[in-house]
Design a protein. Structure first.
Lengths: 111, 112
């Protein structure tokens, strides 16, 4: 059965800290790994990772994929209170572009 | 990135009634999907909306309860039929083009 596991499930840090969120996956017919930030209703797209070892960066956020070990990490440096959210990762299937979702990591940044 | 609009943004409905949610994307996407997210849970795929044909439903979801239309590449509707309080949830449409999947702002549905 296809599955995606995120850890930790929740994390509380202070502003300015660096955090690393983990996502492991076991899916057949894997295409890519996607990261989202969800604050209120809709998930906001962050990254799509298709190739191993190539880091993607956007400001203080970065992510990388390891297709051999079947995991990805999302790093956030110099965290701010606005980074508080649920971070979701999802494995995309090659056959039909469907997403297999992890349960999410709830990140709380304390001022 | 695709911009996806969805309406209504929220609604409060009576048991037994139906609500239709509309989703519009601003660019042609290959795939469109409908999700449900119940409080405290991750997203659950309801169905893949297929242009000009019947949607492909996931296990646990049926066409009679969640009829979906996609008359063209950029527009789709989801109807939640004969609603009960258990249907209270956030409903999200998404579009996928060239891999990345983008979400509409969501519809928060409360059924009394």
């Amino acid at each position: 059965e296809d599955k995606v596991v995120q850890s930790p499930l929740s994390l509380v840090v202070h502003e300015g800290d660096t955090v690393t969120l983990n996502c492991s996956y076991e899916v057949t017919n894997f295409r890519s790994l996607l990261w989202y930030k969800q604050e209120k209703k809709a998930p906001t797209f962050l990254f799509m990772l298709t190739s191993s070892g190539i880091e993607k960066k956007s400001g203080r956020l970065s992510s990388i994929l390891d297709k051999k070990e079947l995991f990805s990490i999302l790093n956030i440096t110099a965290t701010q209170t606005g980074d508080s959210a649920i971070y979701l990762c999802a494995a995309q299937l090659d056959s039909n572009y469907q997403l297999i979702w992890g349960a999410g990591t709830k990140l709380i940044i304390k001022p | 990135s695709a911009v996806i609009s969805q309406k209504p943004s929220r609604d409060i409905c009576q048991r037994g009634t139906s609500l239709t949610i509309q989703c519009q994307v601003d660019s042609q996407v290959t795939m469109m999907f409908w999700y449900r997210q119940q409080p405290g849970q991750s997203l659950t795929l309801i169905a893949t909306a297929n242009q000009g044909s019947e949607a492909t439903y996931e296990s646990g979801f049926v066409i009679d309860k969640f009829p979906i239309s996609r008359p063209n590449l950029t527009f789709s509707t989801l109807t939640v039929s004969n609603m009960s309080p258990e249907d209270s949830s956030i409903y999200l449409c998404s579009g996928s083009g060239q891999g990345a999947q983008y979400f509409g702002p969501g519809t928060r549905l409360t059924v009394l």
